[in-house]
Design a protein around this ligand. Sequence first.
Ligand SMILES: Nc1ncnc2c1ncn2[C@@H]1O[C@H](COP(=O)(O)OP(=O)(O)OP(=O)(O)O)[C@@H](O)[C@H]1O
Ligand SMILES: O=P(O)(O)OC[C@H]1O[C@H](OP(=O)(O)OP(=O)(O)O)[C@H](O)[C@@H]1O
Length: 213
Amino acid sequence: MTETLKVAMPKGRIYKKASALFRSAGLPIPLDVDETRKLVIPLPEADMEFILAKPVDVPTYVEYGVADIGIVGKDVLLEENKDVYELLDLGIARCRMSIIGLPDWKPGIHQRVATKYPNVASQYFREQGQQVEVVKLNGSIELAPLIGLADRIVDMVETGQTLKENGLVEMTSLFEITSRLIANRVSYRMKNNEIQALCDRLQQVITEGQVNR
Ligand SMILES: Nc1ncnc2c1ncn2[C@@H]1O[C@H](COP(=O)(O)OP(=O)(O)OP(=O)(O)O)[C@@H](O)[C@H]1O
Ligand SMILES: O=P(O)(O)OC[C@H]1O[C@H](OP(=O)(O)OP(=O)(O)O)[C@H](O)[C@@H]1O
């Protein structure tokens, strides 16, 4: 008997790409299930149940096992550092994590960096031997250097449009980001056939390059 897979799906910009990837892999996922207010979506034809979560919470649901698997950006995975398996690079929602500042930035005595990713940023500056104060913000990070909260920010760059419109420059690109398939450690053993079959189907679609990145 096939077991139902509980899948933590991030609401927002990853959802459409991830569900399109699942469809390309032959899974009957209806369009626009994310446009209702329903948070738990049974998908019996795909032997799945979608749990529509805030992206940053996906690793938590998977670590606790209330979701067997999940889809999440590498940025969130590095920041949250949860005890989960990373199974597959899905190659979607591609962007990069960068250090950003005003064009005339010069290192001062006390440096302050604003970011949604305090763990990632702190680790990077520690490894560089640079002493900086890291301030956590939850969005519109580009505001910080514009209004004097911070000298620089660590944030995501995709098209560069946000930087351009706010007169900021990308100073250092730290790493590339794509979305990953993650699994709960116990589920990976208990539902190995289902999870492995899904990985194989997704891997095939990714290899064939049928993905809208
Ligand atoms: N331009 C981009 N900016 C930010 N993240 C991007 C971008 N492009 C792709 N991503 C990826 O999409 C993921 C989810 O982004 P999204 O904006 O949907 O969620 P969020 O930043 O947690 O937003 P919210 O707090 O509004 O729910 C990010 O974690 C990252 O992996
Ligand atoms: O290079 P771009 O294509 O302009 O994309 C980068 C922007 O997108 C993200 O913000 P998001 O839209 O998630 O809003 P937020 O500031 O509320 O996090 C990110 O934090 C940048 O601000």
